[in-house]
Structure formats: structure tokens, C-alpha cells
Design a protein around this ligand. Structure first.
Ligand SMILES: O=C(O)c1ccccc1NCC(=O)[C@H](O)[C@H](O)COP(=O)(O)O
Length: 215
């Protein structure tokens, strides 16, 4: 399904502090991501997530990211924090992801072109598929790019491009993949889990600049 769109949407993941969420909102991003995965340096607990979400206005999507959670873990977050969208970043299957009465996106770690097509079909309930880099033993947030030529031109779901995006490679990524959205975490950080407001603004401005090329 190709979604006709006028601009590339932007999600900034791994937000741990209200001031970082405010920088994301002020830069005009469409979504923030909260990582509910304890081993991550960007992990938040419920109290931290509530503090972040308190500064996020309407029309900015709050995404909760999980890696192979139990259903109880997901439900506890949904019961306590304003979550608009769930991002499953592990080996979850569609029936697990679909049980929460909340829209979800599925992250796929890309190794070959057939991974992308197969995943779109394996997750009929997903609103979009997020394509991330494959690194053995690391579920996500690798800061590494993957071979964008593996992304087919026509796919049955909107694509969110992730993995090692920075101000330096963003233009090439958008021009080559033409994704529905881009997702960045490490590329706009000052340190792991701490965002850099200048990098956030520059990244969002770059998305806008590249989009203008095709208007
Ligand atoms: O950020 C993490 O530490 C993380 C841990 C486990 C699973 C996913 C994780 N992050 C995912 C993301 O932040 C993004 O969706 C995406 O992978 C972009 O990350 P980056 O390569 O750092 O831009």
C-alpha cells in the first residue's frame, strides 16, 4: 500500500526526560518513543514516562516500545501512561501484538529483501513496519544503518525507516527509500538516553528540507 503523503513523518525514540520531549515537540516531530526495556540505556519506568508524557500535547503520538514483554508488562504501562501506539521490537507475533486494543507497529531487523515483504504479510494487524538494522544479540537502538537497497519499492504497509540515521545520511535515506516516516534515537543524542536539542532541531529541519525537493 503506498500512502500518498506530502511529507515524511518523524519519530524520535528513546526519550527519557521532559525537557527532551519538549525539544522534540518544538522541532515539529510527529511522535516520541519511550523504551520500556530495562537493559536499554534509554529505558524509562512508569514514573519517568508519566513525567515525559505530561509535556506532550495533542497530535504528537506517544509510542511505547517493548522487546518480548509479557502481556502483563504491556498492560501495566497502558493502564498507567497515556500511550497512543505500541512498538514491538522483539520476536513477538501478530496475535500477541494485537491483543491490547491499541494500534501497534512492528520492528523488523532487516537482513534480506524477503524479510521486509514477509514481515508485512506476517503482521496484518500492524499499522506500519519499522525497518531497523540487524546486529546479532542486539534488539535495537544499534546506531547502525542497514543496506537500504533491500527495501522494495512497493510494499503492502507504510514503512518507518530506522537504524543509524543522522543529519549526515538522512537526505540519502529519504531520497532512496521514500519511507512514510523516519525514526531516530542515537543520531540526536548528546549521550545515551540524553537528547541534544540542537541535533533534534537540525534533524527535523533536514527532513523538511529534503521533503521540499519533491514538492
Ligand atoms: O534504544 C534502545 O536502546 C533500544 C533497545 C532495544 C530495542 C530497541 C531500541 N531502540 C529502538 C529505537 O530507538 C528506534 O526505533 C530505532 O531502532 C533507531 O535507533 P538508532 O539506530 O539509535 O537511531
Amino acid at each position: 500500500m503506498s500512502v500518498k503523503q506530502r511529507r515524511t513523518r518523524l519519530k524520535i525514540c528513546g526519550i527519557t526526560r521532559p525537557q527532551d520531549a519538549l525539544a522534540v515537540v518544538q522541532a515539529g516531530a510527529d511522535a516520541i518513543g519511550l523504551v520500556f526495556y530495562a537493559p536499554s540505556p534509554r529505558a524509562v519506568d512508569i514514573a519517568m514516562a508519566q513525567a515525559v508524557v505530561a509535556v506532550v500535547p495533542a497530535f504528537v503520538t506517544v509510542t511505547a516500545l517493548f522487546v518480548d514483554p509479557t502481556a502483563d508488562e504491556v498492560q501495566k504501562v497502558l493502564d498507567s501512561v497515556r500511550i497512543d501506539l505500541i512498538q514491538f521490537h522483539g520476536d513477538e507475533e501478530d496475535d500477541f501484538c494485537s491483543q491490547f486494543n491499541r494500534p501497534y507497529i512492528k520492528a523488523i531487523r532487516v537482513r534480506q529483501a524477503s524479510d521486509v515483504v514477509a514481515s508485512c504479510l506476517r503482521f496484518p494487524g500492524a499499522l506500519a513496519v519499522l525497518l531497523d538494522s540487524y546486529k546479532p544479540g542486539v534488539p535495537g537502538g544499534t546506531g547502525e544503518t542497514f543496506d537500504w537497497s533491500l527495501v522494495p519499492d512497493e510494499l503492502p504497509k507504510p514503512i518507518i525507516l530506522a537504524g543509524g540515521l543522522t543529519i549526515a545520511n538522512l537526505a540519502s535515506a529519504i531520497r532512496q527509500v521514500r519511507p512514510f516516516a523516519v525514526d531516530v534515537s542515537g543520531g540526536v543524542e548528546a549521550d545515551k538516553g540524553i537528547k541534544d536539542p540542537g541535533k533534534i532541531t537540525a534533524f527535523a529541519d533536514e527532513v523538511y528540507r529534503v521533503d521540499q525537493e519533491s514538492v
